[in-house]
Design a protein around this ligand. Structure first.
Ligand SMILES: Cc1cc2nc3c(=O)[nH]c(=O)nc-3n(C[C@H](O)[C@H](O)[C@H](O)COP(=O)(O)O)c2cc1C
Length: 164
């Protein structure tokens, strides 16, 4: 069983890509990492540490990510947990405040509030009418900052090494 779980909630795949990049960085520091859709995680008990990320839609987290946090809150409170969300489109990524429920759950499990990474809306990946419309507009593109993601994951890997 892996030491670290990286769980994600996505609609168009962008957040899954971020989760995979985070996992790759942590793996490079010799940790075993499982990357999984948050909806498919049966239990977090086997893991020593957990990373959870959700896509942002209308300022909300995906329901499966919120469910994951709620359902596993008691177990997550006993482990190091890192949260992120992905959404903002455009060159300047403003940190996004998490929805109230997520802020409360983060506080309850003793995790820091979610870090914000840019998102992606492209014609190739758009799912749904609004996304397809946005994919034709000025905010279209892949705004995921791989350097920022890598640095964040690197800090997690460092923390895990020092906790060994
Ligand atoms: C209908 C719609 C609503 C969105 N609402 C938000 C939002 O409230 N805040 C935000 O930062 N990004 C928002 N976005 C951008 C998405 O979060 C971004 O495209 C993200 O990368 C999607 O992640 P996914 O590919 O994992 O589903 C929205 C996108 C769409 C299509």
């Amino acid at each position: 069983m892996s030491e670290v779980l990286v769980a994600y909630a996505t609609k168009m795949g962008g957040t899954k890509g971020i989760a995979e990049a985070i996992a790759a960085r942590i793996r490079a520091a010799s940790h075993e990492v499982t990357v999984m859709d948050a909806a498919d995680v049966k239990s977090v008990e086997p893991y020593k540490a957990v990373v959870l990320g959700s896509a942002l839609y209308a300022a909300r987290w995906r329901p499966e990510a919120v469910k994951f946090l709620k359902r596993n809150a008691p177990a997550l409170a006993r482990k190091p947990v890192w949260l992120f969300h992905s959404g903002p489109l455009g060159a300047e990524v403003e940190p996004q405040k998490a929805p109230r429920k997520v802020r409360e759950l983060a506080a309850r499990i003793g995790a820091e509030q979610p870090t914000t990474f840019g998102g992606r809306v492209t014609p190739e990946n758009a799912v749904g009418f609004l996304a397809r419309k946005m994919a034709q507009g000025p905010m279209a593109g892949d705004h995921r900052d791989w350097d920022a993601i890598d640095l964040w994951a690197y800090k997690i890997a460092e923390h895990l090494v020092s906790a060994r």
